[in-house]
Design a protein around this ligand. Structure first.
Ligand SMILES: Cc1cc2nc3c(=O)[nH]c(=O)nc-3n(C[C@H](O)[C@H](O)[C@H](O)COP(=O)(O)OP(=O)(O)OC[C@H]3O[C@@H](n4cnc5c(N)ncnc54)[C@H](O)[C@@H]3O)c2cc1C
Length: 478
């Protein structure tokens, strides 16, 4: 294998002490410009704060753009029929209408994407997901933050937290210009991996309780010149070989037996995009790797890119509709589903999700199922929120234990491995981001710590910003 693996007992050396330029002092610093970071920046700016977003890449979007994770998963309640059959679809279905439980910045982004011709609105046809174009997502997100007066620093990787008296007041970034520091009254960790919180000493958990294994990584890619009609005709003729967004079991078995495919998954998973002649392929799988380990990340890139090549060839050779298609683009990096889960004042559980539990300090809601891609091999576990229902995410899941001045949002908030598999999706990450931004801004403006801000203040600000926290907070269903 060409990639370096961690030496069994690596030598350790001392690094020389160094100085860093202070690039900015701001009310709210958002680290990471993915869905959570976009939501956080918009939430904090709308609440009246000066906001800086620092991001390791040269564009916004996180997994939505860098990893080509192209549909926003559904944030609508399930109908009984959809609950039984699975609402997400590549081909048209008849599942009846669900109600949106997220509004606020998700709604704003969605409207802008649709207006720019970069997304298909959620409907029966999309199974209430939102297929979008990642290039349009990049500039729409930047335009929204720009209009909100947010400042960006790109190409900046957060490597250290500056902590005094157990309170975070700045972050060190590695850049081409050397290390730079951004100081802030409140820091928001929207890195997906909880990098800042972990560096600041916040407690965290990784993976399943029994063995710390996390969900697999997946390199996403786009196949273009796809003939939808030919594929639909194949599916109609082989109804046992395709369900919603996944299938082709028999063809995969044959290709695997012939040595053409070496995949730890039994099916192909495709999503529609706003482009008629394109599908987004979510079918590579690299198990037993952790997205905060550089050796694992390197191995995952190598392995998933080999798998991608095999899958593209398999589709072209064996699947009607793909004969003339080709892989036009893969993610900048293999997509990382799960790493650190910061331990907060409350840890959301799978029972909270499956029982559609409500909390007095709700700051976001979700309907997305428990969705665990097997950390060890084939298979995916899906367990749905009851039809017509949603669950609440409490503010306490965003407040890391043992550390002040820091709020987390997105996929690294506090919950169990099983609960994470549900709240990790992008609309929910954006909604927790908006709540973290509102909380941070209220703290920065009043000179308090985020933990000292009451849930009712955050809720009032979120409702003022157009978020949907349910009927108990005066929000009407969308
Ligand atoms: C293969 C795959 C398929 C998925 N499918 C779907 C789907 O269909 N629909 C859906 O809604 N969700 C899906 N998800 C889940 C979803 O993409 C993520 O959980 C979601 O993007 C989390 O948002 P986030 O902002 O918390 O993190 P991320 O999207 O990971 O964004 C984190 C941002 O922080 C930046 N960053 C990270 N570390 C640092 C650092 N140290 N310094 C500076 N910047 C940093 C990153 O570059 C990135 O921009 C999928 C995920 C994967 C991996």
């Amino acid at each position: 294998m060409p990639v370096l693996r961690r030496p069994p007992q690596p030598a350790v050396i001392e690094l020389p002490p160094r100085k860093a330029e202070v690039a900015a002092e701001t009310d709210v610093l958002v680290v990471g410009g993915g869905p959570a970071g976009i939501g956080a920046a918009l939430g904090a700016a709308a609440a009246g704060s000066d906001v800086v977003v620092a991001e390791r890449y040269g564009f916004l979007g996180g997994n939505a753009t860098a990893a080509l994770v192209m549909p926003l998963m559904s944030f609508h309640t399930q109908t009984p029929k959809a609950e039984k059959e699975g609402a997400v679809t590549l081909l048209p279905t008849d599942h009846g209408r669900g109600e949106a439980v997220i509004a606020g910045v998700v709604k704003t982004l969605l409207e802008r994407l649709v207006k720019a011709g970069g997304a298909t609105p959620p409907s029966l046809r999309t199974g209430y997901t939102v297929p979008f174009d990642p290039e349009i997502f990049k500039w729409v997100a930047m335009e929204l933050l720009d209009e909100a007066g947010v400042h960006f620093l790109f190409h900046s990787f957060a490597s250290e937290a500056i902590v005094e008296n157990r309170t975070v007041n700045g972050v060190v970034f590695e850049t081409k210009s050397g290390p730079v520091v951004i100081r802030a009254r409140v820091v928001l960790d929207c890195t997906g991996d909880g990098d800042v919180a972990a560096r600041a000493g916040a407690p965290f958990e990784i993976g399943r309780q029994e063995d710390r294994l996390v969900q697999p990584m997946t390199l996403m890619f786009r196949m273009v010149e796809f003939e939808r009609r030919a594929f639909e005709a194949y599916v109609k003729g082989h109804p046992d070989q395709w369900k919603g967004v996944h299938g082709l079991w028999d063809l995969i078995r044959k290709a695997s037996a012939a040595g053409e495919l070496e995949l730890p998954r039994e099916d192909m998973l495709f999503f529609a995009t706003p482009h008629e002649r394109e599908v987004s392929v979510n079918s590579t799988r690299v198990t037993r790797v952790l997205g905060t380990d550089v050796w694992d990340l390197s191995y995952a890139e190598w392995q998933s890119r080999r798998q991608m090549r095999q899958i593209a060839a398999f589709l072209q050779r064996h699947v009607p509709g793909f004969e003339k298609s080709y892989a036009a683009q893969s993610g900048v990096n293999a997509g990382v589903r799960e790493t650190r889960r910061i331990v907060g004042d409350y840890q959301l559980s799978v029972d909270d999700i499956l029982n559609a539990r409500k909390f007095p300090d709700v700051i976001a809601r979700s309907t997305y199922p428990v969705d665990i891609h097997n950390p060890e091999g084939t298979g995916t576990l899906l367990r749905r929120v009851p039809a017509g229902e949603s669950y609440d995410i409490p503010l306490r899941c965003l407040l890391p234990q043992d550390i002040e001045g820091l709020v987390v949002a997105g996929r690294c908030i506090s919950g169990t491995h099983e609960a994470h598999s549900s709240y990790r999706v992008m609309p929910v990450s954006m909604a927790t981001g908006q709540a973290a931004g509102a909380c941070a801004s209220l703290a920065a403006e009043s000179g308090k710590l985020p933990r000292e801000i009451s849930a009712s203040e955050v809720q009032a600000e979120l409702v003022r910003q157009g978020a949907d926290l349910g009927a108990a907070h005066g929000c009407l269903a969308q």
